[in-house]
Design a protein. Sequence first.
Length: 198
Amino acid sequence: MTMTPTRADGGRPLRADARRNQARILDTAEQVFSELGPSASTEEVARRAGVAIGTVFRHFPTKNDLLVAIMKRLLARLVEEGEAFARDDEHGTALFAFFAHVVEQAATEKTVVDLLAQAGVAVSVPDAVRHLERGIEDLLRQAQAAGTVAQDVRSPEVMALLVSVCHGALHGGWSDDLRARTLAVVFAGLRPEADRRT
């Protein structure tokens, strides 16, 4: 799934140089908001991206537009990454790796989600994770075929677990250690019964 970049207002596709500017602004904005939190400004994004503030506003008229674009791009990227995990899965372990990756991304983007919430733009974890459902189903089938996940596990259970853990990582103030231990418990529960006893 490859997104063709458009203006923030949904207008026609951008020229190549404008697409490069938009991608650079989004890359930089992710880093700036993650590093500086709510105090980050679009001026700082423009400075670090090496573009004029007017260029930022041309692509993203408001700070909220910029934040929403970051979230949309993150979801599109996760869908693509899920497909790549499935393609490269040789040992039936990609479901666990991708699950952990999605949870880590939820924790990483906490600042962006919080800023959107402050602006009245709610980010629903279940709705966001639902974009990944098809990829999760593919990874689950592969894991079960490889014998790394119990045969009686179904996609809705995996999706429910993913939503719950992402919600905790995003809103629960979890440390990296707590996140890792929680994932270990979840993954142990997904494995075949014989593996759980070893």
